[in-house]
Design a protein around this ligand. Sequence first.
Ligand code: ADP
Ligand code: MG
Length: 377
Amino acid sequence: MGRFDVSMMKYLTSEDFRVLTSIEMGMKNHEVVPLQLVASIASLRNGGCHKVIKELIRHKLVCFEHSKTQGYRLTCLGYDFLALKALTSRNIVRSVGNQIGVGKESDIFIAANDADEQVVLKFHRLGRTSFRQIKSKRDYLKNRKTTSWLYLSRLSAMKEFAFMKALYDNGFPVPKPHDFNRHTVVMQLVQGYPLCQIHEVADVQQVYDDIMNLIVHLANYGLIHSDFNEFNLMLSDKDKVTLIDFPQMVSTSHANAEFYFDRDVQCIRDFFKRRFDFESEEYPKFSDVKKVYSLDVEVNASGFSKEIQEFDQVLDEMNEERDNFDKKSDDEFEEKECDDEDKCDENLDYKKVIEKFEKSDKKNENEPEQKIIEKIP
Ligand code: ADP
Ligand code: MG
């Protein structure tokens, strides 16, 4: 996992950014944006616009597509740059450093702000795994803007920020959210390691209780994390638990709430048995939940409600599709994977990277190299 290379940002002129932004705007209604449209949004002549785009392609911020229609689209990096540019101008981020995590649907980098405080940048990348699996629904989704990874990643970040803020403001052990822009969330750097990398704790029963109590506490506030596992729980030196990763949270009034709740609980039971050979007959049941506050309603009443609802609808569709998908054979899976039409070399073999990251259990292997932090030009 490397460093986020921001060095080329200093060569980008305001015109470059204008064209980049124009492509982004065009992508609201087009999968790929024809040159004429980019030029007209950017108020440039076709020739001038083309020259700028050639530079952007060279820097891998934009790529050319000529499958069905000819035109341009942002790469992940191009989108990252737009978000970084905005966050820098708001003085939320000053410099970016090493990658400290690869999630299923994100890339995590360490960064710093003006006050030299270290923060975490989470770039949401919907479409890397799960979205591919809804390929078969593509035609049905075609006429909705939700097909675009750009749009989904932005919704995902927005939802994560909204929930993280609500949880933080209500005293839950989550990172402090600083800000978000587009598909990027800026939050506090949690000291410690994900539970998946922990092999020894002072008091297993205590950690188990803390974690199970957190599940119940969340549900009493109307929320289920629904991806509550050893990858999304961080443990400090003193075994203090911090919960991360919120795009898939659901309300306790969701139709499948009990299923998600039980699955979260079971994940923890399985992990404790596997890792610490710890089993307990004491574990929370959905019927134990006593709602004391409706944080789910509060978040949905916030400025983000429309987006969250739209995102949740897509998540439900993806889950449904994933269930069907799991029943299919591996052959079909291979076929689907190769079928993906992304042509950019930005499309690394993320699965391998993720596997490697998740398997690594040596603590220092993921120690953030915090010194290598590069100022954003
Ligand atoms: P994903 O949704 O892709 O799973 P996560 O939010 O779970 O993304 O982050 C992936 C990994 O990055 C985590 O398992 C953790 O190791 C690291 N990470 C994420 N957020 C933070 C944070 N605020 N502080 C420290 N490490 C973090
Ligand atoms: Mg995660």
